[in-house]
Ligand binder design. Structure first.
Ligand code: AHG
Ligand code: MN
Ligand code: MN
Length: 348
């Protein structure tokens, strides 16, 4: 009998890719791909609700019950629920922590198979939902320490991430992740419900033409940030940069990853420590940026070196290509703001 001929389908799904990646983790034996499949499942559920966000309001208008008979939930609550539920049934997940929950949730304290902690922002840029603008989901995965977990065990620096990434609900839905071996992007094919490898081994251009920052806050930023923004605009750096700002970190970072340039959220008078969250916003994008050849700093030190004191710690963030980051360091060294400056030990 003739064997059935093998046909190369000509595409790679995210599951196939993760299976290949996890062969680099000794003893991982499928658990890591099962964990990440929890994120891709949640991503598809969140994206299906994001895509019908306007409709849900209409369909849920009578008594706030939607067509499935479920009580309408705000999308960030829904996203938190599906991320928690789909990761919660993965045996390899010991602890989850979310922007939406005050404390980490310990799922499996004793199990030796529960080797990972997943920290996430279920819906990033949620102020953009009502106006039909891109949003995202971010995630950061670290190994749990041996032994019984206590709350402070989660407070590890970003360089210990074993994998990180985001889902972008944009004009298409994309998953971008790194497990420490480059950055890979997958686009959801809605016809078949699968994420297909579309951007292999992504590299951030060494120099770009965009800067991305909420310039409304410029007067409230330390002098080095003001001076940097002015240099970007003025042409002093060899070209006049143009501005793009969406107000969803995932979308602003995704553009910076693809096109280069710099995205930043500096400290301001109202948010002296910065606005973005270190463990589930800045850490994942810093991990991806470095994997893609870029850099990320809070203005004083490399993001991935920062030791959190609380899972919801905030940080300032400057992330971009090597040229823009080098120029930022130059400004940082020359422009001093007494109230902000402290000795710069390791600016990047
Ligand atoms: P979230 O929706 O998870 O609270 O995050 C919003 C964040 C981030 O996505 C974005 O970069 C920033 O807030 C925008 O802040 P401004 O409106 O102050 O520019
Ligand atoms: Mn966010
Ligand atoms: Mn959020």
């Amino acid at each position: 009998m003739n064997a059935t001929p093998f046909h190369d389908p000509g595409f790679i799904t995210v599951q196939q890719h993760i299976l290949k990646e996890q062969s680099r983790f000794p003893g991982a034996s499928g658990e890591f791909s099962w964990l990440l499949s929890g994120i891709t499942l949640a991503a598809k559920m969140i994206e299906s609700q994001v895509r019908r966000a306007g409709l849900n309001d209409i369909l849920g208008a009578h008594g706030e019950i939607n067509v499935q008979g479920e009580v309408q939930q705000k999308l960030d609550v829904y996203a938190n629920h599906v991320m928690s539920a789909s990761l919660g049934v993965r045996d390899s997940v010991a602890v989850i922590a979310s922007e939406e929950n005050e404390h980490p949730t310990v799922l499996r304290n004793q199990s030796p198979n529960a080797r990972y902690i997943v920290i996430f922002d279920p819906l990033d840029g949620s102020s953009n939902i009502d106006v039909n603008v891109s949003t995202g989901t971010t995630f950061s995965i670290i190994k749990r320490p041996n032994g019984v977990f206590c709350d402070n065990d989660i407070l590890r620096p970003g360089y210990e991430q074993v994998a990180a990434g985001y889902v972008l609900y944009g004009s298409s839905t994309m998953l971008v992740y790194s497990a420490g071996n480059g950055v890979h992007g997958f686009t959801l094919d809605p016809a078949i419900g699968a994420f297909i490898l579309s951007h292999e081994n992504m590299k951030m251009p060494a120099q770009g033409s965009y800067y991305s920052v909420n310039e409304a806050h410029i007067d409230a930023m330390p002098a080095c940030f003001q001076s940097y923004i002015n240099r970007l605009r003025s042409g002093e750096l060899g070209q006049k940069y143009v501005s793009r700002y969406i107000g969803s970190m995932v979308a602003d970072f995704h553009r910076t990853l693809l096109k280069g340039g710099v995205f930043m959220y500096p400290p301001t008078k109202s948010h002296p420590a910065g606005k973005l969250r270190l463990m589930y916003e800045a850490n994942p994008v810093a991990f991806l940026a470095e994997q893609a050849g870029g850099r990320a700093t809070d203005g004083r030190e490399r993001i991935l070196n920062k030791m959190p004191e609380n899972v919801h710690d905030r940080t300032s963030l400057v992330v971009g290509g090597t040229f823009e980051m080098t120029q930022f360091e130059k400004c940082r060294r020359t422009e001093r703001t007494p109230a902000y400056d402290s000795p710069i030990t390791n600016p990047i």
